[in-house]
Design a protein around this ligand. Sequence first.
Ligand code: ADP
Ligand code: MG
Length: 588
Amino acid sequence: MRQQTWGIWALGGTIALLALLPVPEFWITQLNYIGLSAMAVLGLVLLTGIGGLTSFGQAAFVGIGAYTTAWLTVHAGLSPWLTLFIGVGLTAVSAVILGWLTLRMSGHYLPLATLAWGLSLYYTMGNLDALGKYDGLLGVPGLSLLGWQLGQGRVFFVLTWGMVLLSAAGLLRLLDSRVGRAMRALKNGSQMAESMGIDTLRFKIGIFVLSAMLASVSGWLYAHFQRAVNPSPFSVHVGIEYLFMAVLGGAGHVWGAVVGATVTKLLADQLQVLLPRLLGSSGSFEIIVFGVLLVLTLKYAPEGIWAFVDRLLPKTPRPVDWQHAAALAQRPKPGVGEVVLQARDLRKTFGGLVAVNAINFEVRAGQIVGLIGPNGAGKSTTFNLITGVLPLSSGQVSFCGEDITNLPSREIAKCGISRTFQHVKMIADMTVLENVALGAHLRGQRGTASAMLRLDRHEEQSLLREAELQLRRVGMGDYLHELAGNLAMGPQRLLEIARALCGDPVLLLLDEPAAGLRHKEKQALIGVLRQLKAQGLSILLVEHDMDLVMDISDRIVVMEFGTRLIEGTPEEIQASPAVRAAYLGTEH
Ligand code: ADP
Ligand code: MG
C-alpha cells in the first residue's frame, strides 16, 4: 500500500517539475496528448486488466464526452465546467444501457457489442448534420477560470495531468477496498464471487460505467484543448490503440495506463520520423511496427512494461491497522440440535442423465454430516443444488425453516450458507488476507465513492480484522500477506474455509476439503473441523478420504448413481454390506 502512495507522490512531483522547468512548448503539447490518452486508458485498465472485460469502444465514450461539450458550448453557450458533468452523465447513461444489455451474456458478446457500438457511434458522428458531419464542430471555446484563459500550454498540462493523478489515486484506493476486491474477483468467473454474495452483473456494469466516465473526461479535455472535434479520434481504430496502450503498459496495474500511453506516444513520434527516412518513402509504417510489437508483448510480456518495474520495487506488507477495529455484527445462530438444512426429494437431470434423484437428508446445528459415494455419484451436483449454483429439476431445500429452493447463490449466501469448492477458486494475485476478506463482502456496505474518498476505512478495518480472525481460526495466521497464488494445496484449502467462515455462516459446505492434502495437512484440517463443530457450526462435508469422514462425521449419507444408498452413523455405514459393495465394486 505504501508503494501506491509513493507512485502518487512520484507522479505528482514529476508533473510539478515539468510545469516549472523550461520544457519546450512542443514537449508540453506532446505531454498533453499523452495525458489525454492516459485518462482513457486508465478506464481500460480497470475494465480489461482488473475486470477481465474487453472493450473496443473506449474511444466512442471519449467521443461522447467531446461532442457533448463541443455542441453544448458552441450551440447552447453553456459553460464547459457545466458540460463536463452533462457529458459524463450522458456517457454513464449510455454505458449503463450498453452494459446492461451485453454484460449478462458471457464470452465474446461484450467485445463484439463494443465494436458495433464504436462503429455505429463513429458513423453517427460523421453523418449527423447537427454534429457537422465529418468536418465536426469548430470554434469550441478554450477553458477559462474566472475570466482567466487556461490556454493549451502549461496550465492545461497541469489540469490534464492533475486529473490523471486524481483518477489514478481514486482507482488505487478503490481497488484496495471492499468494492475493489469484488471487482478484482470478476476476472475468475462469477461462481465464486456469487457464492460470496457478490452481485457480479452489478459490479461488471459498475466498472464498465466507471471506465466510460474516465473516457468521457478525456473527451471533454480533448475538445477544449483542440478547440474543435471531428469523428476520427473517436473511431474503433483509436479504441484499439487505447487497448494497445493498456496491454503494452500493463493492463493489470493502474500505472500501466500512464506508462503505456507515454511509451506508445513517444515511440509513435519517433517512428513517424525515423521509418519513412529509413525506408525512403512516406507512409504510416509505425502502425505495422505496433502490430508486431503487440503480438510480441502478448507472447513474451503479457503483463506489460509495468509488471517489470513492479517486480523491482520493494514490497512493504500492508500495515496492520485493524487490531482495534469494531467487531462485525453476527447473525443469530440456531440452538444445538435444531434442524438447519432440510433437503427433500432433490432431483437434477442433465439432458437424459439423472445426476441426482430422490435425495433426502437433514443437517442439525452443531452436526457434521458426511456425503460420500463413488466418483460421479452426484455429490458435487447435490452441493450445487443446495447452494443455488444449479437450478433443481424438482425437490425442495429449506434452511432454518425457510424455503430457499432455487434462490440465486448470492441470496443463499445471505441466509447463512457458505461453501468451498472442489477445485479451489481464489484470486491468485490477491493476498491471502484480501481473498479471505471477500468472504465478508455481505457484512459491509460501503460503495465506490466512499472507497475513493477513503470514507470506508472504519468498515474496511473491521472487514480485515474479521479476515485475520478467521485465518487464525484455521491456523493460517502466518500467511496474511502472502499472495494466494504462492500457496500449496493445503493452505489453499484452509484459505477457502477461512473465506467461507468470514460470511458468518450457520452451515458450512465443504467439497472435498482434504483432496490433495498431505497427511500432516489432513490432521490439521481434522483439528479445524472438530473445533468449528465444537463452536456450534453445522458442516456438510463431501470427502473421499474415508478415515477422515468416519472420524469426524456424526451422520453419513451414502450416494450411488445419484440416489441415496443408505444413511446412518459412521458405525452403521462401515457395517453396511451395501456400502462395501458400492465401494469395492467401483474402486477396487
Ligand atoms: P461427484 O461429485 O459425486 O463425483 P458429480 O455431482 O460431479 O459427481 O456428477 C454426477 C453426474 O452428473 C456425473 O455423471 C457427471 O458427469 C454429471 N454432471 C455433473 N455436472 C454436469 C453438467 N454440468 N452437465 C452434464 N452432466 C453433469
Ligand atoms: Mg465432486
